[in-house]
Design a protein around this ligand. Structure first.
Ligand SMILES: Nc1ncnc2c1ncn2[C@@H]1O[C@H](COP(=O)(O)OP(=O)(O)OP(=O)(O)O)[C@@H](O)[C@H]1O
Ligand SMILES: [Mg+2]
Length: 276
């Protein structure tokens, strides 16, 4: 027996449908060639993500999560299958065109924040707009607005070293938002953060999703994944499970509870007495 031909699994772009998914993959495959060896990192991923969905991707090490992220993030091209981003088939675009799609439609958040040191929060957030040719004043206005959106309106002039880990990650989220992407991709965004700060970051993703932004997050931590609306679990390059979260954890409520459990905590003054 043969596997269904690609034309059989493709076809039918459902024009009659009112809301089209932001992400639509069809039998997406990635095979890495290593000399004579072939590594089948993705073996046919068919997945839709709707606008405003907050999806967590889980799975063992080597199951294909980052490979999938890289394809969905237009950082790499599939070996076979199709990927429609906001209805447009981007699976056969050139690397150059993919870079354009990334700049216009996608925002990225990484485990290590990837902020420029000795550069203010405002300037870090301005950076993606520089590549898009947005003019100075407008750049500053939009960067400040994005920072306000993540609760850092009073930290515009701070450099990464003058911000906490959670604040740095919020700057990175503001940077990911500033071109108004269709989709935000976050690979282990809480991997370097303590548990309270991780929940703060989840609160922001939940708020963004509630405003209609689509978020896809890779995580190894089951309790982080429980903040999403849906958890997709990869195994050996295939989707093993795809489940709605019955009762997502509500990050704001958790933060309120955590803070009420230790009311005696005063903010630390990190600046006092540091100069010799
Ligand atoms: N550039 C590459 N060249 C060859 N093989 C690769 C490459 N990138 C990933 N692989 C292989 O593809 C498979 C999937 O890797 P991937 O990085 O997607 O896994 P992952 O689920 O993100 O794992 P982790 O949880 O460890 O980050 C693995 O077997 C890996 O060794
Ligand atoms: Mg990975």
């Amino acid at each position: 027996m043969r596997a269904p031909a690609e034309s059989a699994t493709r076809a039918k772009s459902p024009q009659w449908k009112v809301s089209r998914p932001v992400v639509q993959t069809d039998a997406l495959t990635k095979t890495y060639k290593m000399g004579d060896m072939q590594v089948r990192a993705l073996r046919g991923i068919t997945l839709n993500i709707e606008q405003g969905e907050f999806v967590a991707v889980m799975g063992q090490s080597g199951s294909g999560k980052s490979t999938f992220m890289n394809l969905v993030g237009c950082l790499d091209k599939p070996s076979a299958g199709h990927y429609l981003l906001d209805g447009e088939d981007v699976s056969r675009l050139s690397r150059n065109d993919l870079a354009g799609v990334r700049g216009r439609q996608l925002g990225f958040v990484f485990q290590g924040f990837n902020l420029l040191p000795r550069t203010s929060a405002l300037e870090n957030v301005e950076l993606p707009m520089l590549y898009q040719g947005v003019k100075g004043k407008e750049r500053q206005r939009r960067a400040a607005k994005a920072l306000e959106r993540v609760g850092l309106g009073d930290r515009l002039d701070h450099t990464p070293a003058q911000l906490s880990g959670g604040q740095q990650q919020r700057v990175a989220i503001a940077r990911a938002l500033v071109n108004e992407p269709r989709l935000v991709l976050a690979d282990e965004p809480t991997g370097n953060l303590d548990s309270r700060t991780s929940i703060e970051v989840m609160a922001i993703f939940q708020e963004l999703a509630a405003q209609g932004l689509t978020v896809m997050l890779v995580t190894h931590e089951p309790d982080i994944a429980q903040h999403a609306m849906r958890v997709v679990t990869f195994r050996d390059g295939l989707v093993q499970r795809d489940e709605r979260v019955a009762k997502p954890l509500i990050a704001r409520e958790e933060l309120t509870r955590i803070d009420s459990e230790r009311p005696e905590d005063a903010p630390l003054d990190v600046s006092a007495g540091s100069a010799p």
